[in-house]
Design a protein around this ligand. Structure first.
Ligand SMILES: CN(C)c1ccc(C(=O)NC[C@H]2N[C@H](CO)[C@@H](O)[C@@H]2O)cc1
Length: 482
């Protein structure tokens, strides 16, 4: 908090405040993305799911402690259709230039679990504090150490600078050895131009494996980037944009169709400061498939008051600047990119937690963004405690929503027993529109206005509808049958 606060104070909060839109309801935004990730049938995807999972960060095999039974529980309880699945550079490339196909087999097996249940997967090349090798007690030099995660040990150059134990994990980021590891990775030191090249080629190896796998729809190029000695514009518009462009180019040599997701630097931008990320150009033929995948972590929420009192007021102010920042990057910098909120979350036992969750999901719905909540790991942040007790997250997420739309969604809303969706049709899309309806509000047959019912599967909870062929814009309303 101290670090993020000081960086924000020095990093342009004034700039953020100057970009605050006219006052409206807390953090409201009238901007809606008009571009979406699409499935193989061309349907616009509205993605709802989790990050799975933090437990993968230091696991020797690189896999999350998340079983197929856990996925069945999530799917049955919440009707999710998306996962931001954590992978790691240390696991992909355990030795320079050698890619671990057995690890990619394990990832592909998990992707198969999601495929069998109709999910889409975004692979997240995760890092926190650079690598598990930032401290001497790294586990057998694999990079699966106790503090950081991400880069392999062979790509971790602290140059012998100290990394002292910290009570708060975030403060490891400014330890001299960690700052140097990042400065070497970004070649700010001028001593390691090879590291970014290895990272880019590791992405090519991953994309080569999943290029033909229609369940993997996106690659999230780097989790919560940190520039070391470089911050904000010097970092984001410089080496970060360069890494994203080089990774995109490398991925496109083997995979023409998956989306490439880019994220801003974490500190400051997670808290609503405008990002200085540069343009990334997709060399593929046809539409650009670059998506924007920011995170949201308002500082005041961590102050202990939760979403209440002054903390709520400050959080709402953060939401306003954050929404303005997302719109600016997605629209002006990335040319109308689809948005996925790659991470947001909080301790669900905090005061006001339900209102905050509802507030963020409303903002995501209004802006047409996908959402992967942080995270599915057991505990008070997640959907279940370690003993399996559900938190408020389960009911919060188990809501009616359109999952795949045969055109461009223009607006949608849902309550316990009603869903309304308006979309611009696309005659080229012949697959039906797919809608998830929880049993609580839709226990039996349903009544549909504005479209014809193609199917209603009460086991999977999926309703499929098709609009009249000549309709340019359609409003579909679903309620329980009388
Ligand atoms: C100082 N730096 C660079 C920093 C500080 C704090 C976070 C953070 O809390 N991030 C929010 C969540 N995201 C990660 C996983 O991506 C989780 O471990 C954090 O709770 C990030 C970076």
């Amino acid at each position: 908090l101290v670090l993020a606060g000081s960086l924000i104070a020095g990093g342009g909060i004034a700039a953020a405040q100057s970009s605050v839109p006219p006052s409206g309801s807390a953090g409201s935004s009238d901007w809606t993305s008009t571009s979406y990730l699409t499935d193989k049938d061309g349907r616009s995807l509205i993605l709802r799911g989790f990050n799975t999972a933090s437990s993968a960060k230091s696991a020797p095999d690189g896999m999350p402690a998340f079983t197929e039974a856990d996925l069945d529980r999530e799917h049955a309880a919440m009707g999710t259709n998306f996962v931001r699945f954590l992978i790691s550079w240390r696991s992909v490339e355990p030795e320079p230039g050698k890619y671990d196909q057995a690890y990619l087999d394990r990832v592909e097996q998990r992707v198969g679990w999601y495929a069998e249940r109709g999910y889409k997967v975004m692979l997240d090349m995760h890092q926190d504090v650079y690598s598990g090798a930032i401290m001497a007690d790294d586990t057998a030099g694999t990079g699966a150490g106790p503090i950081g995660n991400g880069a392999p040990a062979w790509a971790t150059f602290t140059d012998g600078l100290p990394v002292e134990k910290q009570d708060q994990w975030e403060l490891y980021y400014i330890q001299p050895g960690v700052m140097r590891a990042f400065d070497n990775f970004w070649n700010t030191t001028g001593k390691h131009p090879e590291l970014v090249e290895h990272y880019v080629n590791a992405w090519r190896a991953v994309a080569e494996r999943f290029a033909a796998n229609e369940t993997v729809v996106a690659y999230d190029l780097m989790n919560e980037p940190w520039g070391g000695s470089l911050q904000f514009g010097a970092f984001e518009a410089g080496p970060l944009t360069d890494l994203y462009q080089r990774s995109t180019n490398a991925i496109r040599t083997v995979d023409q169709d998956s989306w490439v997701c880019v994220a801003p630097q974490a500190v400051g931008v997670n808290q609503g400061i405008p990002s200085a990320l540069g343009k990334i150009t997709d060399p593929r033929a046809g539409e650009q498939r670059i998506a924007y995948c920011p995170h949201l972590y308002p500082l005041p929420l961590d102050l202990g008051d939760g979403y209440s009192g002054v903390s709520k007021t400050l959080t709402d102010a953060t939401m306003q600047t954050w929404l303005a920042s997302i719109e600016q990057v997605a629209t002006d910098v990335l040319g109308g990119a689809p948005v996925i909120l790659g991470e947001f979350g909080l301790d669900t036992t905090l005061p006001g937690a339900q209102e905050y969750l509802d507030r963020v999901y409303t903002a995501a719905r209004e802006m047409g963004a996908g959402v992967s909540y942080w995270s599915s790991d057991p505990g008070t942040w997640g959907p279940y405690l370690a003993d399996g007790t559900p938190t408020i997250l389960v009911n919060t997420m188990n809501k009616a929503y359109p999952r795949a739309v045969a055109g461009t969604p223009l607006s949608w809303s849902s309550s316990v027993d009603r869903l309304e969706l308006t979309y611009r049709t696309d005659p080229a899309v012949t697959a039906p529109t797919e809608i998830y309806l929880p049993a609580a509000g839709f226990p039996g047959d349903v009544a549909v206005q504005g479209a014809d019912v193609v199917g209603w599967d009460q086991d999977s909870r999926l309703l499929t509808v098709r609009s009249a062929a000549d309709a340019a814009e359609v409003t579909v309303t679903v309620t329980p049958a009388a």
